[in-house]
Each structure stands twice: as C-alpha cells, then as structure tokens.
Design a protein around this ligand. Sequence first.
Ligand SMILES: [Zn+2]
Length: 117
Amino acid sequence: MKDDHYRSLLGKRKTALTAVQDSGQAAAGTVELDQSRVGRLSRMDAMQSQAMHLEADRRRKLELRRIDEALQRIDDGDFGYCEECGEAIAAARLEFDPSARFCIGCASKLENDPGRA
Ligand SMILES: [Zn+2]
C-alpha cells in the first residue's frame, strides 16, 4: 500500500473541505444579519438558502469524518481493504475517493443501504 500517497491525498481533501466550511460559516452569518430588515418573501428565501447551507454543511462534516476514519485505517494498517468482503479495493477507486470503505462490488450492493454505505 502506498500509505504516504493516500495520506497526502486525504490531507489535501481535508484542507479543502475545512476551507469551504470556514467561508460557509461567514455566509451564514450574513443571512442572519439580513433577516432583520427584509420582507417575508426574502426571509423565506433566506431560510431556504440557510437550509441548503445546513445540508451542505452536514455532508461536509460526514466526509470529514470519513476522511478521519480513513486516516485512522492507514495508521492501523487496514487501509485499502473492503470492510465487507476483505478484498483489496482497486487503486483507481482509492485514487478517486481515498475514503472509500468498500470495493466496487460491495459498494454497489450496499448503495441502497444508506446506514452502511
Ligand atoms: Zn467488497
């Protein structure tokens, strides 16, 4: 396993996600300020965009957690193996998503099971 390579891929991804998170928080603050002096319709717009922001934030936190888990697996020496069948995950798949926990076969089987995939 090219541990250092994946460690740096995961690290870069984490840095990018954290940067987005910081700028996102600044945007959410702006929405709150505007709410005090805009009409009902605009307030609904603001609430809608805030809901979208929260959803994006939730996804980012989920991905950050997956990245941390992947980094932990590198430390444990378990990285790159499917959690379902134990087979090595294809290098191309890890290149695309280093936080992948399943091989492509298991991932497609688990796709409709959001609790695990
Ligand atoms: Zn598998």
